[in-house]
Design a protein around this ligand. Structure first.
Ligand SMILES: [Zn+2]
Length: 148
């Protein structure tokens, strides 16, 4: 699947976020860093977030709405200092948009449920997708796998 296909299928399914809160509500719910990243499309400095080198098993959920976004099984060490994944849990859970801020055209990744900014998607990831979902730790909440 190419990035373009993903983009189209996601756009069709996610015209409106399921979780809509006011700016003030988000500000109350989130830490200042989480708020800056997810609601203001900020980027945490590399190698500072809490998940860039995490190897624990579990599911990474949206820090804003709790929607499961990525599995630890698709996390890889990209060397960038941000948690990186080669595929979301569900293509429909992560919406992508073209982002042309800072004089670059990049693909922005947002939570399809609440529109939280998560990070960017690049086409230099490992097989099988060739994609690199470069995420901010501040946008994610790792739910550890339950030990049976
Ligand atoms: Zn969300």
């Amino acid at each position: 699947m190419t990035l373009k296909d993903t983009e189209l299928s996601v756009k069709e399914k996610t015209t409106k976020p399921d979780v809509a809160k006011s700016d003030e509500e988000w500000r109350k719910q989130l830490s200042p860093e989480q708020y800056q990243v997810t609601r203001k499309a900020g980027t945490e400095p590399a190698f500072t977030g809490k998940y860039w080198k995490t190897k624990d098993d579990g599911t990474y959920a949206c820090v804003c709405c709790g929607k499961p976004l990525f599995s630890s099984e698709t996390k890889f060490d990209s060397g960038t200092g941000w948690p990186s994944f080669w595929q979301p849990l569900d293509q429909a859970a992560v919406a992508t948009h073209e982002d042309s801020t800072y004089g670059m055209v990049r693909t922005e990744a947002r939570c399809a449920s609440c529109n939280a900014h998560l990070g960017h998607v690049f086409e230099d990831g490992p097989e099988p997708t060739g994609l690199r979902y470069c995420m901010n730790s501040a946008a994610l909440d790792l739910k550890p796998e339950e030990k049976k």
